[in-house]
Design a protein around this ligand. Structure first.
Ligand SMILES: Nc1nc2c(ncn2[C@@H]2O[C@H](COP(=O)(O)OP(=O)(O)OP(=O)(O)O)[C@@H](O)[C@H]2O)c(=O)[nH]1
Ligand SMILES: [Mg+2]
Length: 189
């Protein structure tokens, strides 16, 4: 596992981290989403890809914020501090509950550690007011605002790509798959 590239799914409790992972890798029957915020209590690592040099680890982190515990917070902090080969942290945000201070804190921490991050909207099937374009716009603004002042965060590189997803309609799931492979160097730009 030491040499394997990894990406992590982070976000507030109930954001839909476990659900989106399940949608991405349905063959992993053990992935458990739940209605209860704070359900995932430790980190679950899922290995995918069997070709040598092309293996990846997808990590399902506990959520932060409402319903989470100090222990869960510590687990996240320790992981981000020590994770090897962490190529991308996807920060999942529920399309109906946008922009919370805890997301900003996590982004600040990732910037401190120099770990790349990207915003992913979840539960897009339930985007409020029937206006998905509005949600997309808000996520884009949040992402752009969060990049301000970060050294080396050239817009050219990040392009503030926002992926919106749903485990119900499967929108965005393929796009996310490609994003993961790209960030892990498994496909060219
Ligand atoms: N409508 C809809 N519901 C979703 C979607 N993704 C997740 N949910 C629901 O949101 C709730 C939380 O999902 P989880 O995947 O367990 O969320 P999590 O981020 O892993 O939560 P924690 O482990 O508690 O941090 C569950 O009731 C899911 O069914 C989605 O795309 N659409
Ligand atoms: Mg979970």
């Amino acid at each position: 596992m030491a040499n394997h590239k990894q990406v992590a799914f982070a976000g507030r409790t109930n954001a839909g981290k476990s659900s989106l992972l399940k949608a991405l890798i349905p063959e992993m029957k053990i992935i458990k989403p739940s209605k209860k915020p704070g359900f995932t209590r430790k980190i679950y690592f899922y290995g995918v890809g069997s070709k040598p040099g092309r293996e990846l680890i997808l990590s399902d982190l506990p959520g932060y914020g409402y319903g989470s515990t100090t222990e869960q917070g510590d687990v996240i902090l320790e992981y981000l501090r020590t994770a090897a080969n962490l190529k991308m942290v996807y920060i999942l945000m529920d399309s109906r509950v946008l922009e919370m201070p805890s997301d900003k804190q996590v982004i600040a921490l990732l910037d401190t550690y120099g770990i790349p991050w990207q915003i992913v909207g979840t539960k897009f099937d339930r985007a409020r007011s029937g206006d998905p374009a509005h949600v997309l716009d808000l996520l884009m603004r949040f992402s752009k605002a969060s990049r301000k002042g970060v050294m080396g965060a050239s817009e050219q590189y990040y392009k503030d790509e926002i992926i919106v997803t749903s485990d119900k309609t499967m929108v965005g799931v393929n796009e996310l798959k490609w994003s993961i492979m790209r960030h892990c160097g498994l496909v060219s730009e």
